[in-house]
Write a protein that binds this ligand. Structure first.
Ligand SMILES: Cc1cc2nc3c(=O)[nH]c(=O)nc-3n(C[C@H](O)[C@H](O)[C@H](O)COP(=O)(O)OP(=O)(O)OC[C@H]3O[C@@H](n4cnc5c(N)ncnc54)[C@H](O)[C@@H]3O)c2cc1C
Ligand SMILES: *[C@@H]1O[C@H](CO)[C@@H](O)[C@H](O)[C@H]1NC(C)=O
Ligand SMILES: *[C@@H]1O[C@H](CO)[C@@H](O)[C@H](O)[C@H]1NC(C)=O
Length: 592
């Protein structure tokens, strides 16, 4: 490039050229960082922080790129009696699932276990290594004229990781919205006695009983090497977002999933609005080349984001309701349909948006591009110090969804302003999942309610109306028998959750056979699985301020700042940290 910089005009051109050159995104950071080569490592998640803010250490990491290398890695750990966990390319789960137990635990990363193994177009089957990104698998399937009917909406996850946590899209039709329903085989490497070389590959074909354990395994059975998924002929979808008021949401919340194959809904209780996603399969010959490029999952420019975060911190920690609601209404955060969908990959010209399944079902452009020194990145990239959030997802049995909605409305009616900040982040996203054959899949048809909300960088810092969110979560879990998403949520949500899975015993039986010495167990996974009667709740001062426990005592809140442990306002059995307790007349009436 000629570098003549005399005139301001050329200077400008060079600067613009540079900016264009730098545009693109910084891919997310690696979750495993080692002080020396592949030893003395720390492990984290894509947010750079687990719910308990603990730092997780591993003595070493290995990066197998073939199944043989994977077997050798598991064998080495088993021979040494070392604890093991699997980490993935980016590790997008919130909880501490990827932390190995013990003091000399090791990590096996699936970063380079990322090949497509087989695509059988006639049988409509795809086999991939477990570290393959959802994005890449969907593209490979589509290039052979095939589609996975359901997936998470975020394509930056790996097949092994998304299966381990039971990740899903939204559907009540057919086998439903969870990816594990479409698994018809997998290969998993487990520890073995010395006589068998310390590790074996177990091939679980369609109909093998143990598939029900291995499909959704929380990573505690061994390392999934390859997965085979049943696909469908590529189809198109036709999508329209409809905004309505929430007056009949009790009637709609379960019904909507029956009406539309890919339906979901986003409820903003404070605004009294629901955005229904009317989304159905249409013939592949239908016109349209729609594309999903959801703004949340797009590359974000860093410029101004840290300042915006500081403003949010002030609002959430020290602001007034009026200021928060005004900020929400001013709308920087307010999600707006069509949520980044375009009719042709370029512009949105109107509903319906019709497009191929693989272009509509998931997105994640923020992981796509090269390093640019953090000028742009995924919204939540921890290196930026901007977005920092909690993400709760709880599946409420379908039969209870209307009653749950009615209770949230009562909570809202006490003071709609308490929902402004939640609404500004999209409110409650409701998605459908069908009863699963997986032992740790949802035991019955359910509506998954997903919320994202402010998290402070300071442990124990009060958040505006944290009590309302805590009550809502406790209600979903304990009043309505909800199931926490294994890859999201804060510690307290998992307390006792495994007891609500009728097949948990079958899962533990398989665990005992596959990993008798508990090499793939950690303190966290034992707590979540209720092994030895341990609990994922952390009992310490201020624990309830962070969602690490449900308070039973004021010291678990922040009494010095006026936050005391109080009953919920609608669900009186809830225990929440509150600075402003006024008994609600309606709630008391219902109690009596
Ligand atoms: C922006 C964003 C959007 C999301 N959207 C959705 C959504 O729409 N729907 C949804 O359901 N979830 C969603 N999630 C959650 C996400 O799908 C899950 O957390 C998923 O598990 C992450 O996959 P991962 O590949 O990052 O796995 P990780 O988080 O790295 O791993 C998850 C667990 O699986 C284990 N594991 C990984 N690979 C293997 C293997 N090969 N063998 C054995 N164990 C293994 C790990 O040890 C760990 O225990 C979202 C998360 C984010 C950050
Ligand atoms: C809120 O106010 C408290 C007490 O004055 C202060 O310690 C805290 O830093 C403030 N929070 C923010 C985000 O400014
Ligand atoms: C659980 O109990 C077994 C047997 O008593 C013990 O070996 C193991 O270390 C315990 N695990 C934890 C996490 O306490």
């Amino acid at each position: 490039m000629a570098m003549e910089l005399e005139s301001p005009a050329t200077t400008l051109l060079v600067v613009v050229g540079l900016l264009i050159h730098l545009a693109g995104s910084s891919p997310p950071p690696t979750p495993v960082v080692c002080a020396r080569g592949t030893s003395d490592c720390t492990v984290t998640n894509a947010y750079g922080s687990f719910p308990d803010r603990a730092t997780c250490r591993a003595a070493s990491v290995t990066y197998p790129s073939t199944e043989e290398e994977l077997v050798a890695a598991v064998a080495a750990a088993a021979a040494a009696g070392r604890k093991v966990k699997v980490a993935t390319r980016y590790s997008h789960s919130l909880p501490k699932l990827a932390c190995p137990g013990g003091r000399d635990g090791t990590i096996i990363s699936t970063l380079w276990l990322n090949s497509m193994v087989r695509l059988d177009a006639a049988a409509r089957l795809i086999t991939v290594e477990s570290g393959v990104l959802l994005r890449d698998m969907l593209r490979a399937a589509a290039s052979a004229g095939l589609a996975l009917p359901h997936s998470p909406y975020w394509s930056g996850v790996t097949i092994g990781g998304l299966l381990a946590t039971g990740a899903h899209g939204s559907s009540l039709w057919g086998k439903g919205g969870a990816v594990h329903e479409y698994v018809v085989g997998l290969r998993i490497v487990t520890p073995a006695p010395a006589s068998r070389g310390f590790a074996v590959v177990r091939e679980l074909g369609d109909g093998h009983q143990d598939l029900a354990a291995a499909k959704v395994s929380l990573g505690v059975l061994g390392v999934v090497s390859q997965v085979t998924l049943a696909l469908q002929p590529l189809f198109k979808r036709s999508l329209t977002f409809l905004e309505r008021d929430d007056s009949d949401l009790e009637d709609q919340v379960a019904a909507w999933g029956g009406l539309h194959e890919f339906g979901d809904l986003a409820w903003q209780p404070g605004r009294g609005k629901v955005v229904y996603r009317q989304d159905d399969r249409v013939d592949v010959s239908s016109l349209g080349n729609g594309l999903n490029d959801h703004p949340t999952l797009r590359s974000r420019a860093a410029f101004g984001r840290v300042d915006a975060r500081r403003a949010e911190e002030l609002l959430e920690e020290n602001g007034t309701d009026i200021a928060r609601c005004e900020a929400a209404a001013a709308g920087q955060l307010q999600p707006q349909p069509p949520h980044g969908f375009t009719n042709d990959g370029e512009v949105f010209t109107g509903y319906p948006v019709v497009g191929y399944q693989h272009r509509m079902q998931a997105t994640g452009t923020c992981i796509d591009s090269r390093e640019d020194g953090l000028l742009t990145s995924c919204k939540w990239d921890p290196r930026l110090g901007a977005t920092f959030i909690y993400n709760t997802a709880i599946s409420v049995p379908l039969r209870n969804a209307a009653a749950f909605v009615a209770d949230v409305k009562r909570l809202r009616d006490l003071n709609p302003r308490t929902f402004c900040s939640l609404d500004a982040r999209g409110g409650l996203l409701a998605r459908y999942i069908r009863a699963s054959s997986a032992y740790l899949g949802k035991p019955e048809d359910a509506v998954d309610f997903d919320i994202t909300y402010y998290r402070s960088y300071t442990a124990g810092a009060p958040r505006a109306h944290a009590d309302v969110i805590d009550e809502l979560e406790q209600m979903a879990l304990h009043k309505y028998g909800g199931f926490p998403h294994w890859g999201k949520n804060r510690n307290f949500a998992f307390d006792g959750a495994v007891g609500r899975y009728p097949k948990a015993g079958e899962f533990l039986e398989v665990k005992g056979r596959y990993d008798p010495d508990g090499l793939f167990s950690s303190e966290w996974s034992d707590q979540v699985l209720g092994i030895n009667g341990t609990s994922p709740s952390v009992d310490k001062e201020g624990c309830a301020m962070e969602g690490l426990c449900v308070c039973s005592d004021d010291l678990q809140c922040a009494p010095e700042r006026g936050y005391l442990c109080r009953p919920g306002k609608v669900y009186r059995e809830a225990r929440v940290c509150s600075s402003s307790f006024q008994p609600a007349a309606g709630a008391l009436r219902d109690e009596l």
